[in-house]
Ligand binder design. Structure first.
Ligand code: UD1
Length: 363
């Protein structure tokens, strides 16, 4: 297939599409059969720090179209993306629509494409947490149910898809494009300004990110979590780049935590610099558990389930749960330097996007 739409909407999408676009450009330089593509940004994330900065740092070209949907409830966001992408797809009908990950933009655009008779490819298809309270799980289930070609990150994803009745001819185990971005940028990392400002030293601080509704939307549970982490991190400072959703609730707490270094969302190259040098990471993100696995940094996941089990069975990740009290033994192990050593999952080798583009040209 030579005419494709590539969809990106929210922060974790950008490091997944960047390598695919670069691989398309590399293919086009070396081949008579050029791939024509449109990069469509839905506008789900719109703050400079959540979007534009990632495009700049990852050398992703400006999107051909920005649907400009902005924030809203799950249904409002989904509906707006669908209405606006439907118009865009009628202007230039691609043969294939490539969606990545599990955000609302992924699902909304997959539905539109499929109904317009356009084939759907899902990068990171087949993963499941089993937790249907998370909007991402619904997005995964709906997207996969109408996907024509799955580009998967793990053998677990392959077997999930087969159990759901998808034929092996639709499933391509290619690895992880987020890890392509990680490897491609390791030599370009940027030390953030707060490094000197707070006199940070390698392996002497912890990085924390929280943005899941289950952790940040209820004031009491956020307060308890921050109190426990603040008082049990020993002499280690906790760098906490805050997602806008978390910031809204945090501001209402009107509290101060001595050990927390609170900052806004970080750019990609600064954030990876911070986690690469950290003693450990506390997070409720899925993507970060993949990055810490590859960088072999201890990771405590504040969730009850994961759709990325290989980060636990092979990698450096541990599932702590959402009850704040659970975290204590894990923090102790981390601070005493007794964390497990990890291995890097199969095909997370920095060459995934090249495999995907190769396959697309043969579909
Ligand atoms: C979305 C994804 C989640 C991903 C996360 C990474 C879904 C269902 N969730 O969650 O999987 O891990 O992105 O960040 O798609 N906001 C801003 N500026 C922005 C974007 C958001 O201020 O640029 C605020 C808005 O108040 C908005 C809230 O953050 O209402 C949540 O944004 P939304 O895109 O709905 O979901 P995320 O929580 O970011």
């Amino acid at each position: 297939m030579n005419n494709i739409d590539i969809i990106a909407g929210a922060r974790p999408n950008f490091m997944k599409i960047g390598p695919i676009i670069h691989a398309i450009h590399a293919h086009n330089e070396n081949s008579k059969h050029k791939i024509k593509y449109r990069l469509i940004h839905t506008g789900q994330h719109y703050d400079k720090k959540m979007s534009e900065d990632f495009f700049d740092q990852l050398n992703i070209p400006k999107p051909h179209i920005n649907l400009g949907v902005g924030s809203g409830s799950q249904a409002t966001q989904t509906a707006n993306i669908m209405m606006r992408y439907e118009e865009a797809i009628q202007e230039w009908k691609p043969e294939l629509c490539v969606v990545v990950g599990d955000v609302t933009s992924t699902m909304a655009c997959a539905i539109v494409a499929k109904k317009e008779g356009v084939k759907v490819a899902h990068v990171e298809g087949g993963i499941r947490s089993g937790d249907e309270n998370m909007p991402e799980e619904i997005n995964r289930m709906v997207t996969d149910s109408i996907t024509d070609y799955f580009f998967t990150t793990s053998q677990v994803a392959n077997s999930n898809l087969q159990k759901l009745g998808h034929g092996v001819e639709k499933i391509f185990f290619v690895g992880n494009t987020m890890i392509d971005s990680l490897y491609a940028n390791l030599s370009r990392l940027i030390q953030p300004d707060l490094w000197d400002q707070y006199n940070l030293k390698p392996k002497e601080y912890i990085v924390m990110t929280l943005h899941r509704p289950s952790n940040v939307d209820a004031m009491e549970s956020l307060k308890k979590l921050l109190e426990i982490i603040n008082t049990n991190s020993g002499s280690k400072k906790i760098v906490f780049p805050m997602h806008p959703r978390t910031r809204k609730m945090y501001d209402q707490l009107e509290m101060h935590f001595d050990n927390l270094i609170i900052t806004g969302p970080m750019t990609y190259l600064e954030f990876i610099y911070l986690i690469k040098n950290a003693l450990g990471v506390i997070t409720d993100s899925g993507g970060i558990t993949e990055e810490t696995t590859v960088l072999k940094i201890p990771c405590l996941t504040l969730r009850n389930s994961t759709e990325r089990p290989e980060t636990i069975t092979l990698g450096t990740n541990e599932l702590v749960g959402t009850d704040a009290n659970n975290i204590l033994p894990y923090l102790e192990k981390l601070i005493k330097g007794k964390w497990k050593k990890g291995e890097i999952p199969e095909l997370w080798d920095g060459k995934t996007a090249e495999r995907i583009v190769n396959l697309i040209t043969k579909l």
